[in-house]
Ligand binder design. Structure first.
Ligand SMILES: [Zn+2]
Ligand SMILES: [Zn+2]
Length: 172
């Protein structure tokens, strides 16, 4: 496989991962996985959340793809899929943990795209529903207006206090 085809395959895997991540967030994390994910929507008072176990689990996908790619030339292109999946995971980590929730003492200058992601993710934390996507979070105009009209007393993205989360009230 040529390097160009490999890069295109990695880019395609990256794009597909946004859909996979949407489905995982909506149907796994806000489904049976709520026993872990709830720790991300309510104050825990701890540096770590039980929710951090999810990326640990998801990283096995990339590791498995890299391991499989070494098993023969026929499945060698899986290396590029693994690169795309891992790049998505790293981007998610940066956007969600570093930029949006500021879990590391790193100052990142505000960018219009990242600010859009933050304001969209704030709606997810505010109401515990859409948008579940991270890099392409589609929020209806009605939800944005509802969030703007009822911002709550505390920013639901603040790590110390997430009292506005509808999840806390039991609505997952
Ligand atoms: Zn969530
Ligand atoms: Zn979040």
């Amino acid at each position: 496989m040529s390097a160009l085809a490999g890069v295109l395959l990695a880019a395609a895997a990256f794009v597909v991962m946004e859909g996979v991540s949407y489905l995982a967030h909506r149907y796994v994390m806000h489904g049976a996985g709520m026993v872990w994910h709830r720790s991300h929507h309510v104050p825990t008072g701890s540096r770590f959340e039980r929710n951090d176990l999810f990326p640990l689990c998801f990283s096995t996908v990339g590791v498995s793809l890299f391991a499989l790619a070494t098993m023969g030339p026929a499945i060698g292109p899986l290396l590029w899929v693994g690169i795309g999946v891992t790049a998505y995971g790293a981007t998610y980590l940066f956007v969600h943990e570093v930029y949006i929730h500021r879990r590391l003492p790193v100052r990142v200058p505000p960018l219009a795209y990242l600010e859009w992601l933050r304001s969209s993710h704030r709606v997810h934390h505010r109401f515990g529903g859409e948008p579940y996507g991270m890099l392409l979070p589609l929020v209806s105009r009605a939800s944005r207006e509802r969030a703007a009209a009822d911002p709550g007393a505390v920013d639901p993205l603040a790590r110390e206090a997430r009292p506005g989360s509808a999840v806390r009230a039991g609505r997952a």
